[in-house]
Design a protein around this ligand. Structure first.
Ligand code: GDP
Length: 200
């Protein structure tokens, strides 16, 4: 998919105030510092699209961007921060769970995972929650350029093995780098295919 246009639409904390639109949308979510803003900028080929809504106080909001006048890219608040919570319910604001439960046009949540790190409970719990609520998701491994190729393969394999403790199969996943652009085509193509199925 070629990105012809991308624009910021609205930030808010209430699902009811999200754009009144039936366009397909894709949510991007992960621990803070996972590389979400960088990935969004890389995908949209904009230097600071994600940052336009990233000023202080705006980071805990649901941010909608309109891409190619065709679909919404949704930048959700980063979770995790310094506090480690026992349960996803404690760490997620209610509006995030409300977002996933109510936005029927949300076709896929992209859960971002730093490819350098071991599987973290908060991410595993979050994906568990998505699964329990039948919310479709993919994993996007970020910052692939920070690892040597062999270490990258080893880490992804280890992550997969961890996932297989809970899941019958490894969810669809992408390996990306905002630095090199690796994975950009694959993610955009995946979105394009889902968009086409949605329209039919
Ligand atoms: P966010 O908090 O999830 O939005 O994360 P940011 O996009 O702000 O990235 C956090 C830090 O990781 C920043 O210093 C980025 O420059 C760095 N970073 C993000 N993505 C990549 C990547 O693909 N490669 C490298 N080398 N650094 C990255």
């Amino acid at each position: 998919m070629k990105i012809k246009s991308s624009e910021f639409v609205i930030s808010n904390s209430e699902v009811s105030k999200c754009p009144d639109s039936k366009l397909p949308e894709y949510a991007f979510i992960g621990r803070s510092n996972v590389g979400k803003s960088s990935l969004i900028n890389m995908l949209t080929a904009r230097k600071s699209l994600a940052k336009t809504s990233g000023r202080p106080g705006k980071t805990q909001l649901i941010n909608h961007f309109l891409i190619n006048s065709e679909w919404h890219l949704v930048d959700l608040p980063g979770y995790g921060y310094a506090r480690v919570s026992k349960s996803i319910k404690n760490t997620f604001q209610k509006f995030i769970t409300a977002y996933f439960e109510q936005r029927e046009q949300m076709l896929c949540a992209f859960v971002l995972i730093d490819s350098r790190h071991n599987a973290q409970a908060i991410d595993l719990e979050f994906m568990q929650w998505l699964g329990e609520h039948s919310i479709p998701f993919c994993i996007i491994f970020t910052k692939a350029d920070k690892l040597k190729p062999k270490a990258l393969v080893r880490n992804i394999e280890a992550y997969k093995n961890k996932m297989l403790e809970f899941w019958e199969e490894m969810p669809k996943h992408f390996i990306t780098s905002a630095e090199s652009g690796v994975g950009r085509e694959e993610v955009l193509e995946y979105i394009e295919n889902l968009n086409n199925q949605f329209i039919k």
